[in-house]
Design a binder for this molecule. Sequence first.
Ligand code: KIV
Ligand code: ZN
Length: 387
Amino acid sequence: MRRLYLFDTTLRDGEQSLGITLNVREKLEIAKQLATLGVDILEAGFPASSPGDFESVKIIGREVKGITVCGLTRCVKKDIDLCAEALKEAEDPRIHTGIAVSPIHMEKKLRLKPEQVIQKAEEAVRHAKKYLNDVEFYAEDAFRSDYDFLAKIFERVIAAGATVVNIPDTVGYATPWEFGELVSYIKTNVPNIDRVKISVHCHNDLGMATANTLAGVMAGADQVEGTINGIGERAGNTALEEVIMAMYTQKNRYGIDLAVNPREIAATSRLVSSITGVPVPSHKAIVGTNAFMHASGIHQDGILKEKQTYEIIDPEIIGVPRNQIVLSARSGRHALKHRLEELGYKPEDSQMNTLYEEFLLLADKKQEIYDEDLHVLMGTGIPEQNG
Ligand code: KIV
Ligand code: ZN
């Protein structure tokens, strides 16, 4: 089994997209839950960006143990000094430094020549190494870079002491085949690449973030970066819960080992959504409210006979109570009988035709049939609540 490291950036790349800043207490609550979920690395913020971010990284580093706590910097000495200061009390600290490497970013944004960019990258990694051993280097907009140049900058930062090299698809422009090829290219063309970990960091502008991340893993990436519920800049980052469950359901096929506890996924998703105020779309893979709901009659019938006909994940594995069948006008008689029995009724087969006809009349008027409606249908009214 190959170990894959999970790098969570909900509190940095995720939070930076919100338009609001979470306070330290809120960030600490999310950080503790991420540690319970079992991510390996937690990017707690960008200390040089604001006093609040500095404080959050500091407090998370001090309070959250048993996990690598990381802070982001630019290739700027002052950023690195502040980040090292913020991480002082962390048990296992990491500095994540980097610079843009695509022609458009170097020329139009940084206004630097490629050799100057390499120099800044090397200096930043050397500077960070004065404080601690674990230094990750990100090559911003790597997917749109010249791959020979990317290989060269990685070679130089590895020589300067980087322990992880990060390949971001910053603008979510890649498709899985191309992204996999990029990771393979780096694996075969960067001297000493086997001494460091390769990380992939994908954005979701084309809806490909999870697919690209998995292509990166298949090509040999050791670490994946993402956020809970996929929150992040524009269309978001790779949703970590999707990567976790893709690996979990495909374990035997891909031979990937993760250190997470999937039962904490639903609780983590709910916490991030309630604290950030970013709702989870109902159809969102893994954590959407509809992700385990079965509405059509044919599907409900299949599920009642054998769950795996339409269910690839047992919802209890991610901490969601067993499947929910939604009764509606599309439900069949089998689903209706099953729910009535769950509610304690024992409808005779001879009663079912009439009950089903009455159920359909009601279902035509309402979107969804609730248990209360079924009690009325059975002529018992709504049972009194205890207490
Ligand atoms: O998307 C990106 O390039 C980033 C880097 C700062 C890692 O978030
Ligand atoms: Zn990003």
